[in-house]
Each structure stands twice: as C-alpha cells, then as structure tokens.
Design a binder for this molecule. Sequence first.
Ligand SMILES: [Zn+2]
Length: 345
Amino acid sequence: MTPREKVMTAIELKHGTVPVVPQITYATAPIVGISFQEGMNDAEKMARALVAGYKTLGYDGIYAGWESSFNLVAEAMGCTLKSGAGGMPSVSSGVVGETADVTKLAGVDPERDGRLPVHLKAIELVRREAGDDVPIFRYVPGPFTLSSLLRGQSAFLGDLIRNQDLVRAILRPATESAKRFAEAAVEHGADIVVVADPMASTSVISPKRFEEFALPYLKEVMTAIGKAGGIPSLHICGMTAPILRKMVETGARIVELDHLVDLKKAKEEIGNVACIQGNIDPVSILLRGRPEDVEKCALNCIAEAGQSGGFILSSGCEVPLGAPLENIRTMVTAAQGPGEENQTN
Ligand SMILES: [Zn+2]
C-alpha cells in the first residue's frame, strides 16, 4: 500500500495498517542543514526540508507548512509579527481596536497577501518532489483563533463576555480569510486541509461558547474545503474531550487530538463517525523523551485507538524544533514495524 492508500483507508474508517503522520514541519530543518528562519521566507528551502523529512524518516503524509497558520494569515491581514524564542514569530498586537476597525478588515487574497504565496508555492514544490503517492496536509487557521489574534487575545476573551457583537463582527472576515486560504491550498496541491483552532479548546473556553462562537464558523470552512475537493480535518490542541461530538459536527473527517485527551474514550465516542489522529505528547515525549518512551507511547496509542481502523498515529500537536529525529524514526517504526522505516516509494 502507498502512504496515500494507507491514509485514505484510515479516513474511510476501514480496517488497515495504521498510518503514521507526525505533525512535523520546521523540525525537519536540521536534515538539510538550514535554520527555522532560512525556511520561513523561502518556498524552495522550506519544501526541500519537508520532502527530506519524508524521504529520510518514511512517514505516511507531509505537513506542508512552516509556522502557525494563524500567525501567517493574521500577518497577511495586517498584524505585525515579533520574533520569539528560537526566532519563532508570534503576533505582537491586534489590528482591531474598536468596532470601526472591523469594517476595514477584508478577507485575504492568498495569491498576494503577506507570505501566503510563499506557502502556496511550497505546497506545489512538495507535491512535485514527493510525488502523488503521499498525501499532503496543510494547516489553515480556525476562525475563532484568527479572530483572537486580530483583536488581541486578552481583549478578545473579554469581548466574549462584554461585547459579543464585536466578536461576531471580527469572525466574519476571519472566516472568509480561512476559507480563501483553504481553497487556495487545495488548488495548489494539498489533499487534507487541517483547520487549527487552539483557542477554541475547552482549556480556554466553555463548550457552550464553542458551540456559539467556533462551531458555526468552522462548519463554513469545512464545507468550503470539501467543495474545493479537499478532505477537511480539525486540529484543536489542549483539552477537547467535552466537545468531541461537536468537533465531528463541524464536518471534519479527521479529528486531531492533543495528548491531554484519552484516546480510548475518544475512539468509543466518535470513532465510528470520524478518523482520529494523535496523540503523542510533543514536548515531554518527542522533544524530551528517550526513543523507548516514544515507542511505549506510540504502541499505547495504537492499542487504544488503532485496533479497528480509522486511526492515524501522530503527535498531539506540532513537533517542536529540536526534537531528536531518532524519536520521530522510532514513532514511525512503532507503527510500520522494523525494516520499513525508509520505505518512501
Ligand atoms: Zn496544536
């Protein structure tokens, strides 16, 4: 079976070999000897590292990206980024100070705005270099998280209590931008579009707020992905056990779960309606753990959720920069068995 066939079998909830797709992007930079910063503005370097990761480590899907999609789209909508730890950018301040500012916000043009064209080009290059046998995953921002960045996170959480009209007003252009970037990603070669909405987790907001301020907008984005010919997936880090059914209700065919969520219970609750992906702890296991910790955790995930198909072994969130490649290799071997780790067709 090709990696694409393995992943599609899991998405179709059929029994088959458990595919393994770590959410690894910039952590592949050391394989080709570049830094995080060298890849972030250069489609060719970014793609070279991403394809090298796939060919060297032999996993079953490529995440074609390099930094948080919500930062990228917030930047394309006018936010300024600042450089944080390890050169990793984050949004320094929002662009919506008052209601009047919202009317100036329009959905992005992914072919033109910010660094979105660089990322679309990288998807094309990955497709060309890695071939058609491997599925390409691409993160796009969830409307709720993107809105929180456009407004500033603490102000936005305050608005959820005191100024819900403003929240709804910001969600409109944010949803439009997410849809447009998602459609462009499919057009440029992405197979699976992963909507990342970490601010919508129950670690941050209540299930009731999720239902009102995240769910309807996520549904719009998932529908747009499906219409464009892509497979919609939903990634919410942190705790999501109380909203698993609502995550499926968005229309996502894959639900990506972070390490806090009990995989066995999740499988029982939604395993017959959506493919589950997860959930090795990216920091304490993949970054700081030993290969034997990774193996134990990977086999445990497979035992809990991978026995009857409909499961993709993955990290709970993005693999951190500096995670030992040996740990990723161990994760791949745990799913594929020894001797197959370099199989890339
Ligand atoms: Zn995450």
